[in-house]
Design a protein around this ligand. Structure first.
Ligand code: ADP
Ligand code: F6P
Length: 324
């Protein structure tokens, strides 16, 4: 028989992402609408183990849907990766009357959510990361804001790059995944897009293309380089030496993680937050909410973690055709 959930906890874990606040707000207000109590767990699993737990009501999430970051703060927590830490976390949940938890984070956070579920605390994961690197879902909370922020920054770099007739390497985040780089590369019309999943490391090929483009009359050469490849500064030096074209590197860094969330991130995060509470209220546990094939769905956490996803071949091919 499904376990009845009366009090829900919500936490954010791993890297923050714009739209997490919209998800928290949706969890809190949907739970209250269903007659459930809600507790905010500060600083992810670290805060759970420190019992940093606060009561939340509808007003405690007022004025946050438009704010980047997470009002619950976030952290990474080594102790929670151990069986002892997980056991302690489950006991603290029971002590505070928390029988269901919504965990907003990435794959690492879902591993922890799966462990809590196995220990009798009903858990639901929401995909929160700017990297879009969660296999079970076509959308992650924060990606849309991050790519728009990066795209605007690259547009600005393009202006000055053209004026000075330079080559510009712009490094975007994404950890080991190239989704931010691919989307910005296409949206910014970058001459080259270097993705960890695709780049063969042949810098001479890159240099030849820069020289060819200059001969064809191109005024700039924008290279969007993914963090997973990195080394943008040294790459810039080598390119300048080999081509004679002034080359600058910019690492966009954490600016991509902040800022006011886009409409899409607010909207999708709100729907996902509400759906997480629906699942808990139905007595479900060990599920991840996802957006797949145009619909909001949910998967078993272990099945979701076992899935793989790849850079769409057609999008990558199109990115190469459009800049020639
Ligand atoms: P993300 O959730 O964005 O992938 P991390 O990989 O840093 O970020 O994971 C966030 C937190 O989730 C970790 O600091 C840790 O507390 C918890 N976590 C990660 N892996 C596990 C695991 N195998 N078992 C339990 N908890 C885990
Ligand atoms: O997962 C989000 C992300 O911003 C990655 O793109 C990046 O590799 C990482 O987090 C940076 O982590 P930190 O903020 O701990 O430096």
């Amino acid at each position: 028989m499904a376990k009845e959930v009366k009090t829900i906890g919500v936490l954010t874990s791993g890297g923050d992402a714009p739209g997490m606040n919209a998800a928290i707000r949706a969890v809190v207000r949907t739970a209250i609408h269903k007659g459930l109590k809600v507790k905010g767990i500060m600083r992810g699993y670290a805060g759970l183990l420190q019992e940093e737990i606060v009561d939340m009501d509808g007003l405690s999430v007022a004025d946050i849907i438009n704010r980047g970051g997470t009002i619950l703060y976030t952290a990474r927590c080594q102790e929670f990766t151990t069986p002892e830490g997980q056991q302690k976390g489950a006991e603290i949940c029971r002590k505070h009357g928390i029988d269901g938890i919504v965990v907003i984070g990435g794959d690492g956070s879902f591993q922890g959510a799966g462990k809590l579920s196995a220990l009798g605390i009903n858990t639901i994961g929401l995909p929160g990361t700017i990297d879009l690197d969660i296999a079970c879902t076509d959308y992650t909370i924060g990606f849309d804001t991050a790519v728009n922020t990066a795209m605007e920054a690259i547009d600005r770099i393009r202006d000055t790059s053209t004026s000075h007739e330079r080559c510009s390497i712009v490094e975007v985040m994404g950890r080991n995944a190239g989704y931010i780089a691919l989307w910005c590369g296409i949206a910014n019309g970058a001459e080259d897009i270097l993705l960890p999943e695709k780049y063969n490391g042949d810098e001479q090929e890159l240099i030849n293309r820069i020289i060819d483009n200059r001969k064809r009359g191109k005024k700039h050469h924008i290279i969007v380089n993914a963090e997973g490849i990195g080394h943008s500064a040294s790459m810039a030096k080598r390119i300048e030496a080999a081509t004679g074209i002034e080359t600058r590197a910019t690492i966009l860094g954490h600016m991509q993680r902040g800022g006011t969330p886009t409409c899409k991130d607010r909207m999708y995060a709100s729907i996902m937050g509400a759906k997480a509470v629906d699942l808990l209220a139905e007595g479900k546990s060990n599920r991840v909410v996802a957006y797949k094939g145009g619909a909001f769905v949910d998967f078993d956490i272990q099945e979701a973690l076992a899935m793989t996803k790849h850079i769409p071949e057609d999008e990558y091919e199109i990115s190469k055709i459009l800049v020639r």
